[in-house]
Design a protein around this ligand. Sequence first.
Ligand SMILES: [Zn+2]
Length: 310
Amino acid sequence: MNCGNPSTVSSSQHKTRPAAAPLLSRLASLAPALDAFIESASPASKEHATRPLERRLRRGLTTMWAEQSRRLLEHLGVFSWRFVAVEAQRPLVEAGPIPDDALARIWQSITSATGGPLASLLNGLAGDGIRRGHNAGTLDVGLSISFDVDHPLAVDYLSGYGASRVAGIDRTTMRELRSLLAQAAGSGWSYDFTAREIRRRFQGFSNPSVLGHIRDRAELVAVTEIGEAYEHGQWMVIERLREQGIQTDKAWLSAEDARVCDVCEPAAAAGWIPSGNEFPNGRHRPLGHPGCRCALTIRVADQSRVVPVG
Ligand SMILES: [Zn+2]
């Protein structure tokens, strides 16, 4: 069992969920909801719900990185004398690389000028992702629970979320930038060559360049952030039902592709377990790792089915 592109997920995976069939007769009144349940709970339906949000996040990332690249090259022009002068064929490496505190100051000014729009976008998209996951969760259990954006579980998730995620993304970019500039200094790259490499590196963040279920950094960020929000929404359904004394079971549905995933496979193999328990991989819900496309599915636990709910 793998967990990447879910396009090859077979529907039989869901029809053979443990212990689902014997309960159907006792759930006759919920039959329409159960039809929706078959539709709702799968990595493929999760992907259907999250893809539009991922695309929008991807565009936001691409815009931010392009702006950061442009501003960075403007700033670095000041330091061009530190690089090897190609025309003279005379290394100037004794000048040393760009001082790290100068680089940090430049990066700080760039990130504080460019991160705002992405932080707002992330907050909006995460809110939408939570709502979509919540809706899928309510379809799963066949109960009508409207999504409440003011619920503490939603408010806590979204509080400071966009800004902190953008800061994390910027830290990763800075690490890449430092290592690239160290390589430039160590290898005696010219300023022009270095500038070209910086531009290429930034473009590469959102340019699909390799085969595989995660094509580039933009997709990894998008799948992870939107997927986490969606799973949090599903988790909210479990918690809100628990608050009302209704216990649930959960199962980890693994997507399939060519990439073997030993984090998600044991969780998927566990079948239905009580929602309060951890899966064998030590997690309560997907994602199993960045870029994971697995999905959770939930149902009202057997002992809770006698509780009249509206
Ligand atoms: Zn997974």
